[in-house]
Design a protein around this ligand. Structure first.
Ligand SMILES: [Zn+2]
Length: 105
C-alpha cells in the first residue's frame, strides 16, 4: 500500500512524521533534534539522541521517510547488518538500501 505524500515542509511536520514512525517502530529516542548538518542527512548518538538535517525539508517525501526510518532503526540496530536491512525493507519497501545516510548520494 504505497502512499504518495507531499513533502514535509517544516520542522513541525517533520517532527510529527518522526513521532508516527517512533510509534510504528517502537523506538525510544531520548531526544529528537532538527538542525543544519554538513555531511549527513541524519545521525544517531549512542545515548539515543537522533538529529535530522534541516535540509531534509527540501527533499522529496520518499527520501524524507527513508531517512527517518533509517535513523530511528539505529536505535534498535546500531549497524547495517542483515537485521537492519530486512527491517528497513519491511518498513520502507520502496527504498533501496543505502549504507549511510550521507549527503553525497
Ligand atoms: Zn545508518
Amino acid at each position: 500500500m504505497a502512499t504518495t505524500r507531499r513533502r514535509l515542509q517544516n520542522a513541525d511536520e517533520l517532527k510529527a512524521a518522526v513521532d508516527v514512525w517512533i510509534a510504528k517502530i517502537k523506538a525510544r529516542p531520548r531526544q529528537i533534534r532538527i538542525q543544519r548538518m554538513k555531511r549527513k542527512w541524519a545521525s544517531c548518538s549512542n545515548n539515543g539522541r537522533v538529529t535530522f538535517n534541516s535540509e531534509l525539508l527540501r527533499q522529496p517525501y520518499r527520501f524524507q521517510e527513508f531517512v527517518i526510518v533509517h535513523e530511528l532503526l539505529h536505535l534498535k540496530v546500531p549497524n547495517h547488518g542483515k537485521l537492519f536491512k530486512s527491517l528497513l525493507a519491511a518498513y520502507v519497501p520502496h527504498s533501496r538500501f543505502r549504507p549511510e545516510v550521507r549527503k553525497t548520494e
